[in-house]
Design a protein around this ligand. Structure first.
Ligand SMILES: Cc1ncc(C[n+]2csc(CCOP(=O)(O)OP(=O)(O)O)c2C)c(N)n1
Ligand code: SF4
Ligand SMILES: [Mg+2]
Length: 224
């Protein structure tokens, strides 16, 4: 962990927790030297130089094709794509969907903070009904988007899909460990992690945890 870079995320941001645990998993699996991380556009990009592994920065919604291309070229690598909910389920959905369908052996981490965080907290596919955002100040009226559950209908046997949350480090560790092992076994893996964004949620302290707990009522935690 490069502590100098830890301050790039806002105080209380879930990305710091998630990337720290990813680092622990890669170390525990003894794959740090062959691991490569791709970062989508969005607050994920603040994670560049955050882990002691090689890291790519890609365009918005294009981290999955980039990292599966890398994996095809370097089959021995551990290829991890880190992407926000907007990058994964809106602009990048088509490439994520077909990567899952083709059972590409990469690991995708979707950081679901239920908004477009980097651009100021606009409504995303994952924004839940009634949630107030910059673009829905009176509350969103959109239906929720269940990425892992939709992908479940098209993945091949052997793939791994799960949802975890930033207030459960042990759960994240277990899910990411299984995801990396799935990649090593030659299959697609995706872990969606419900994540804190106190800046755009406009929350502090306990209210941030309560906000996440509310998301957990809609997006069920566990293996999908
Ligand atoms: C092609 C393109 N369209 C739009 C943008 C503007 N943009 C940058 S980040 C972002 C939203 C990111 O939201 P999400 O993917 O959920 O990531 P988060 O910041 O919430 O982690 C948008 C729309 C862009 N960079 N490129
Ligand atoms: S805006 Fe939200 S997701 Fe982005 S760094 Fe700040 S707390 Fe994290
Ligand atoms: Mg987001």
């Amino acid at each position: 962990m490069n502590q100098e870079n830890a301050a790039k995320f806002c105080a209380g941001c879930g990305y710091s927790v998630i990337l720290m645990i990813l680092n622990q998993v890669l170390a525990a699996q003894n794959v740090q030297d062959k691991a490569v991380m791709g970062l989508d556009i969005g607050c994920s990009l603040l994670g560049w130089n955050y882990l002691p592994i090689n890291t790519f920065q890609t365009h918005h919604g294009r981290v999955v094709p980039t990292m599966l291309g890398y994996k095809r070229a370097r089959k021995e690598s551990t290829s991890v794509a880190v992407v926000g909910d907007g990058g994964a389920y809106a602009i990048g959905w088509q490439s994520l969907f077909y990567a899952a369908r083709r059972d590409e052996p990469i690991t995708v981490i979707v950081v679901n903070n239920s908004v477009y965080a980097m651009t100021g907290g606009q409504t995303a596919p994952t924004t839940v009904c009634g949630q107030k955002t910059d673009t829905h100040p009176a509350g969103s009226c959109e239906e929720s988007f269940y990425g892992p559950e939709i992908l479940k209908t098209i993945v091949k046997p052997g793939a791994y899909l799960a949802r975890s949350a930033a207030n459960d480090p042990k759960g994240i560790f277990a899910a990411l460990e299984k995801a990396v092992q799935t990649q090593q076994a030659g299959h697609f893996s995706l872990v969606e992690i419900l994540s804190f964004c106190p800046t755009n949620w406009k929350t502090t302290g306990k209210a941030t945890f309560d906000y996440l707990e509310n998301l957990k009522k809609i997006y069920k935690i566990g293996e999908v």
